[in-house]
Ligand binder design. Structure first.
Ligand code: IMP
Ligand code: MG
Length: 172
């Protein structure tokens, strides 16, 4: 039996997003900022985040796949969709739903660096800090969690549960 245990409510997520959006708006005032959402998981977070920013931004998406329909990273990352707009000389903020081992993000950052942006920073809604296996820096983080596999608000388990408005711990 699958059980969904509440972790973050819609209201808690909203407060977090307002806080992060304020920091980003301050830090990138007068910059040429491009937000790059990592699909599919970040699509809801990114859409709520951008509507709370008070600065102009451009938005693009990349899509990578690192999980083979399971609950742990396979470490075998594949690029499905690359950035479509010119990022050379621009300030880049990568938007992730959740960062676990960090392998996906490390791969993405190394890839984006080849296009010589002016800067690359990272924003994630959820950080599974204890499970990190790479040396990556997270610049904006919503919540740090120790709990197991999370679903909802864009996060999936085998493509299910992305549409839930809150975030839940999935107990299998
Ligand atoms: P990493 O490469 O181990 O850091 O895994 C990062 C990617 O795996 C994230 O972008 C998510 O798409 C996915 N992921 C990691 N943990 C979870 C989780 O608890 N629930 C849903 N997806 C997850
Ligand atoms: Mg993801």
């Amino acid at each position: 039996m699958q059980e969904l245990v509440p972790v973050l409510t819609e209201e808690e997520i909203e407060k977090t997003i307002i806080r992060i959006a304020q920091s980003i708006s301050l830090d990138y005032k007068d910059c040429d900022l491009i937000l790059i959402g990592v699909l599919k998981g970040s699509f809801i977070f990114l859409s709520d985040l951008v509507r709370n920013l008070s600065i102009p931004v451009k938005i693009d998406f990349i899509r990578v796949s690192s999980y083979d329909n399971g609950t742990s990273s396979s470490g075998n990352i594949k690029f499905i969709n690359d950035v479509g707009i010119e990022i050379k000389g621009k300030d880049i903020l990568v938007i992730e739903d959740i960062i676990d081992t960090g392998f996906t993000l490390e791969y993405i950052i190394n890839h984006l660096k080849k296009s010589e942006p002016a800067s690359i920073k990272v924003c994630t809604l959820i950080d599974k800090l204890e499970r990190r296996k790479t040396d990556i820096k997270i610049d904006y983080s919503g919540h740090i969690t120790k709990e197991g596999f999370l679903v909802g608000y864009g996060l999936d388990y085998a493509e299910n549960f992305r549409n839930l408005p809150g975030i839940f711990h999935l107990k299998l």
